[in-house]
Design a protein around this ligand. Structure first.
Ligand code: THU
Length: 160
């Protein structure tokens, strides 16, 4: 047996103002669209804004359903909308923000596993990394240079 250690490299900014200007703009759009979340069950609102080539932005928020698994996260709502509308446009960055109406959440909220897998599909498709920036309501912003940093040992089309 040989141990295998996997490391991820992330960067942590103290607040939005410390991030590059285009990320500040993107995160502000994510904050805005977070309010459109339809989250009557979890009371957990998430907004995502995707920056595509040619400076196009596509946004999404989580959409819940009385049949719980039929709902969808903000990140996948946004990335599938981008794929549906601009299939040939490369995804450069995604900014994500979450706000709980129930609890005081203070740590940045990373995308769930299913959203990491969905984002990875597009990173593989375009063969260029997607930068991910995530935070909670305000405060620290965590950056991953690539979906790979959040999803090591990925299952992708290389096995198919
Ligand atoms: N949610 C997201 O929108 N993105 C994530 O990455 C984590 C979870 C949503 C799904 C559900 O509507 C609510 O947050 C609680 O899980």
């Amino acid at each position: 047996m040989k141990p295998l250690t996997i490391t991820s490299r992330l960067e942590v900014y103290d607040d939005i103002e410390e991030t590059p200007e285009d990320v500040q703009d993107l995160m502000k759009q994510a904050i805005g669209v977070r309010e459109n979340a339809y989250a009557p069950y979890s009371k957990f609102k998430v907004g995502a804004a995707i920056l595509l080539e040619e400076n196009r932005v596509v946004v999404g928020s989580n959409q819940e359903n009385a049949s719980y698994p039929s709902g969808l996260c903000a990140e996948r709502t946004a990335v599938y909308a981008a794929g549906a509308q601009f299939p040939d446009s490369r995804i450069l960055k995604i900014a994500i923000t979450a706000k709980s109406l129930r609890n005081k959440v203070v740590t940045p909220v990373p995308p769930c596993g299913a959203c990491r897998q969905a984002l990875m599909e597009y990173e593989v498709k375009q063969d260029k990394p997607i930068e991910i920036y995530f935070m909670v309501e305000m405060g620290k912003v965590v950056k991953a240079e690539s979906v790979k940093e959040l999803l090591p040992l990925v299952f992708d089309n290389s096995w198919l």
